[in-house]
Ligand binder design. Structure first.
Ligand SMILES: Cc1cc2nc3c(=O)[nH]c(=O)nc-3n(C[C@H](O)[C@H](O)[C@H](O)COP(=O)(O)OP(=O)(O)OC[C@H]3O[C@@H](n4cnc5c(N)ncnc54)[C@H](O)[C@@H]3O)c2cc1C
Length: 237
């Protein structure tokens, strides 16, 4: 059950242009990135994505966990999961990091700093037993590195109840905004405060399950989460 995911196979050269017009960022094209290094960094540091699909003729966007192995994003859910099934006909997957709120001198120039990725494509139902395990491991390890080997592996019955789909990272775009507000020169003298309020995800102290049996030490994965989501001390008291 500790099967290693395959090595990424993609070409690591940065791509400066979109794979197709459907993923070309038109609005604020200066914020667009199409290179996989940028895309992968945004995907890999996000805990959740939003999966957009058409269900019964209507758009539906649902948050869900995911994992990435090389050129593929994997999602899983109950075998009867409707949004995963619908993704086989077409899907748009998005990931967003909200890095800050940007306050301008003028209300219309308020903004947000962010890193986001949009993946467009069609899901593929993963039926191969080995790939399904690789995908499930990637999804677990994506959120909690090291966890796959710390807890009981899925049983055959649990695996049978689980659907796994794959979406290729072919039609993909990233968009990144950072920095201060952009006010018109004429408004720079206005007395309104302007600047950025940075935001980040932090972890509180872990709470052991009260029904833990015996003395179960805190695992390495939790120590890793503590480090990853540690809150920085404030710069000023
Ligand atoms: C936290 C956050 C807050 C935002 N707030 C606003 C807001 O208030 N108003 C606003 O107009 N926009 C906002 N945006 C930007 C928004 O996501 C769109 O980029 C923007 O609205 C342009 O839409 P459009 O339909 O003209 O896109 P187009 O540029 O026409 O989209 C074409 C293609 O570009 C790519 N693309 C577009 N947007 C993104 C993206 N964010 N990330 C990755 N790829 C992308 C997709 O592949 C898409 O198919 C925000 C984004 C984030 C992450």
């Amino acid at each position: 059950m500790s099967e290693q995911p395959p090595e990424p196979t993609r070409d690591t050269d940065a791509e400066a242009t979109p794979a197709s017009p459907r993923v070309r960022v038109r609005r604020h094209a200066d914020r667009a990135h199409y290179d996989r290094e940028t895309v992968d960094a945004i995907l890999d540091s996000a805990l959740v994505c939003h999966l957009g699909v058409i269900v019964d003729g209507e758009p539906l966007v649902l948050p869900t966990g995911f994992g990435r192995v090389g050129d593929t994003v994997y999602l899983h859910g109950a075998a009867a999961n409707r949004s995963l099934r619908a993704a086989l006909d077409g899907a748009c997957l998005t990931v967003t990091h909200l890095d800050g709120l940007v306050l301008a001198r003028t209300l219309l120039n308020h903004s947000m700093n962010y890193r986001s990725v949009v993946v467009r494509g069609r899901g593929r139902l993963v039926t191969d037993a080995r790939e399904r395990l690789i995908a499930m491991r990637a999804i677990v390890e994506h959120a909690i590195p090291g966890r796959w080997d710390e807890a009981r592996a899925p049983s055959d019955a649990e695996l049978a109840m689980t659907a796994v789909i794959a979406i290729d990272l072919d039609q993909v775009s990233a968009k990144v905004r950072s920095g201060p507000p952009v006010d018109p020169e004429d408004d720079l003298g206005l007395p309104a405060w302007a600047g950025e309020v940075p935001l980040r995800l932090t972890a509180d102290a872990p709470r052991p399950d009260p029904r833990l049996v015996g003395a179960v030490p805190e695992p390495l994965s939790v120590a890793g989460l503590r480090r990853r989501f540690a809150s920085e001390p404030p710069a000023h008291d």
